[in-house]
Write a protein that binds this ligand. Structure first.
Ligand SMILES: NC(=O)c1ccc[n+]([C@@H]2O[C@H](COP(=O)([O-])OP(=O)(O)OC[C@H]3O[C@@H](n4cnc5c(N)ncnc54)[C@H](O)[C@@H]3O)[C@@H](O)[C@H]2O)c1
Length: 400
């Protein structure tokens, strides 16, 4: 086995730390050489992950440019909010660093194309964390739809239920509630789904139509007498969107609540409820993100597809119905049912993996594929920027 690949993590938040945990388990393949993270609390937390794994602590920088003037990593994972991806990717590619970039690649198609072009000029790998491509259930769904055994794909009807807890945390109270500072919800969340649909149809889009909007989490819908913060609200006990219920009672979505030096997570939850963004009433957040959207795509090869995305589902869920000239496939995220137009129905059960951590192993699989592409001449990873460009283009055309 060759020397481990030295890698820099750009952005040690939710995704960056997930990758750090996984990389800490592959010391024969990877050395984490540097972390770029401007938030001191998060940087310290990230360094702890490696320390706890008995690995040397990486050098920490507040800025990608500073890191590049001091270090020459072979590879970098860009896990910052998407508005930073373009400049960070271009700086890294200037130094011929192989990049694995979180989705969405960037916030305009021109930026995505420029990154892809520069990676080609630099002769390095440019992969994207489109983890569903590596997910056991979704990769099997794509394989069955595209291996020709059921004929040609005619239509895809796909439903993305964001799940109300994720929706309130990320898209109403969280940073993705303001798309002009992050990206549209169909790009930030739905790019996985449009990517699945393009992988299934195997074609470029000819026409894209989209309808949707924000109608519910607005000031006009705020119940009479509701306080600006759930912690002070008399309606909190019966509110389906209560931050007190989500964070203090159920202790969900608190992974990003990193306490101050000597503090505890419980104290950080209370601080958020008292004064942080995550303690706000969902009707008082002034978010701008859509809460429902339908995208319809006509593909050049004649296939048609709809993707329906909405916030109002009890759980995160994805459901896909595919009609082909020789059969029908229905996947509900747990089971894939295959109905040939002639012949026996088959069911493939992935229920045991539906709740498995790290996207059922897909987060690790994308890292391994990236490392293999760097270390194996001629090997091309599955989720390259070129591969996912079409789904990004559709998301950008569909932004309402
Ligand atoms: N593949 C997936 O399934 C998946 C899931 C969630 C999020 N994401 C994507 O991952 C990216 C990061 O999301 P997240 O949830 O980890 O966000 P996050 O806010 O938890 O983490 C981002 C981190 O980047 C840091 N940062 C900000 N500016 C920086 C800069 N200039 N240089 C270095 N670090 C900087 C922040 O301080 C923060 O710690 C986004 O593009 C998001 O859409 C992907």
């Amino acid at each position: 086995m060759g020397k481990p690949v030295d890698i820099a993590i750009i952005g040690a938040g939710n995704r960056g730390c997930k990758y750090l945990h996984l990389l800490a388990g592959m010391p024969d393949k990877v050395t984490v050489a540097a972390i770029v993270e401007p938030d001191a609390r998060r940087a310290a937390h990230a360094a702890t992950i490696l320390r706890n794994a008995g690995l040397p602590e990486p050098v920490v920088f507040a800025d990608c440019e500073d890191m590049l003037s001091d270090c020459s990593p072979t590879a970098a994972i860009i896990a910052t909010p998407e508005r930073g991806h373009y400049s960070q990717a271009m700086q890294l590619l200037d130094k011929r660093v192989n990049i694995l970039i979180e989705k969405p690649v960037a916030t305009t198609i021109e930026e995505c194309e420029a990154i892809a072009e520069k990676a080609k000029e630099a002769g390095v790998v440019a992969g994207v964390c489109h983890v569903l491509r590596y997910h056991p259930y979704f990769s099997e769904l794509i394989r069955i739809a595209t291996d020709g055994s059921l004929g040609e794909v005619v239509s895809v009807s796909h439903r993305l239920g964001v799940g109300i807890d994720r929706a309130c945390h990320t898209f109403v109270r969280g940073p993705w509630g303001i798309p002009r500072l992050t990206s549209s919800m169909i790009l930030s969340k739905g790019c996985h789904d449009l990517d699945l649909v393009t992988a299934i149809t195997g074609s470029r889009a000819e026409k894209v139509y989209s309808v949707g909007g924000k109608h519910f989490f607005t000031g006009e819908k705020r119940p009479a007498g509701a306080a600006a913060r759930c912690i002070n609200c008399t309606a909190e006990k019966d509110c389906r969107f209560s931050a007190v219920d989500l964070y203090r009672r159920r202790k969900e979505w608190i992974g990003g609540f990193i306490p101050a030096d000597s503090g505890t997570v419980a104290e950080e939850i209370e601080r958020q409820l008292r004064e942080g963004n995550y303690g706000r009433c969902v009707f008082a957040c002034e978010n701008e993100a859509v809460d429902r959207q339908i995208v319809t795509v006509a593909f050049e090869n004649g296939a048609v597809a709809t993707v329906t995305m909405n916030l109002f589902t009890a759980e995160d869920s994805r459901d896909t119905h595919i009609c082909l000239t020789g059969g029908e496939i229905h996947g509900n995220g747990r089971r894939i049912k295959i109905f040939p137009l002639r012949g026996e129905k088959t069911v493939i059960d992935f229920s045991d993996q539906a709740e498995a951590p790290y996207h059922a192993g897909a987060d690790k699989a994308v890292l391994e594929d990236f490392i293999k592409a760097i270390t194996t001449p001629g090997y091309k990873m599955l989720a390259t920027i070129d591969e996912v460009m079409e789904s990004h283009r559709i998301c950008m055309l569909a932004t309402v």
